[in-house]
Design a protein around this ligand. Sequence first.
Ligand code: HEC
Length: 167
Amino acid sequence: MFTRLSIILCIILMDTRPSPVYGQNSKSKAETQNSLGEGAAAALSIAERADREIFFEANIRPILVDKCVKCHNDQKTSGGLKLLSHQNILKGGDNGPAIVPGNSNKSLISLAIGRKSEEIAPMPPKESLAKNQIQDLNRWINDGAIWPDSVSKLISNSTQMKLEAGR
Ligand code: HEC
């Protein structure tokens, strides 16, 4: 809660503070940002990064928590894959990194949720994600798969133990 608030505060500050770049010449903020380059994660402005962190919290984290981590956690690592942290996802499972940031076409998670790959099993195994959930995950990957630094693990160890006990 606190981090989400501070992200929002940060955006408000960014937008209202008189800035030498936006204030003194006639370039709009959008034009200035476009001239920085095509969405490379390294060139993200603070506001863009904050936007993507909010997108992660609102759309991506709930999908991973509700639909994926019960089979991809510290205790149960189906396919050799944990999906609890940014590190876990970049490291991947038996077939290598689960995502290629910026490229959903090459990302195993996208292949898995797309359910059309011959190499990667459909995920979740039984029931497809909703169309908008698939779109959100692909958008998140294509936008650089931004993961807030404050989220070291999606669910706590004790929640994992409960998942384990519930099976
Ligand atoms: C009911 C358990 C279960 C759920 C839920 C589940 N998976 Fe899996 N997942 C598996 C199993 C089992 C494998 C190994 C399949 C195989 O090798 O044939 C796997 C493999 C994968 C792989 C391939 C890993 C590799 O390197 O080979 C990816 C990517 C993946 N899952 C992503 C997801 C995502 C994303 C979700 C949520 C949308 C999800 N899974 C939900 C059981 C699950």
